[in-house]
Design a protein around this ligand. Structure first.
Ligand code: MG
Length: 184
């Protein structure tokens, strides 16, 4: 069992919400091939890669389509301190947070990072926490790099089938309720 943490910092897409199809559908709607993009990238980088603007993409994104992974909705109200750090467009992310009724202490999206790939340094500063007090929870190599960038621990969202089939090294949580065990 890992030592206790003061806060969990979550990626959003593919970690808390099963949004692959919603993300892909928006690329198809702007005439792009989602297979050319993949998941976990900064939205501006992904849009530039396929030749659309982030606003065109956000307009095409269905903010009602993605659902939480099984068990996540039950666990979110039980979390201690937690934050969201996501590469997605702030309009899409904030609309989904509101729809789901989730209220993280802090939620930062792509605009917070001038549309470059997210990082955890600003999140830790805003929360007044050191890297040793948090665990990053995510589903992509970019999320791992965020954790490595500040030197915090990382846990894989193993309830995402893509993560489960990849069988990554390190700490893999099989069920969302295991998140609660990470707190002291
Ligand atoms: Mg993700």
């Amino acid at each position: 069992m890992p030592r206790a943490v003061e806060a969990l910092i979550f990626d959003f897409d593919g970690t808390l919400v099963d949004s692959d199809e919603a993300l892909d559908a928006a690329f198809r709607a702007v005439g792009a091939d989602p297979a050319a993009v993949g998941f976990g990238h900064a939205i501006a980088e992904a849009c530039a890669h396929v030749g659309c603007t982030v606003e065109e993409y956000a307009d095409a994104y269905d903010e009602t389509a993605a659902s939480p992974f099984a068990g996540v909705d039950d666990v979110v109200p039980l979390l201690g301190r937690w934050a969201l750090c996501s590469n997605k467009h702030p309009r899409s992310g904030r609309a989904e947070l509101e729809r789901l009724g989730w209220e993280p202490e802090l939620a930062v999206f792509a605009d917070h990072f001038d549309w470059a790939h997210k990082s955890l340094g600003p999140v830790l500063s805003l929360m007044g926490l050191g890297a040793d007090g948090v665990v990053m929870v995510g589903d992509s190599d970019g999320d791992v790099r965020c954790a490595e960038g500040v030197g915090c621990r990382f846990a894989w969202a193993g309830w995402n089938p893509r993560v489960a089939s990849a069988r990554p090294g390190g700490l893999v949580l099989d069920r969302p309720d295991q998140l609660l065990d990470l707190y002291g």
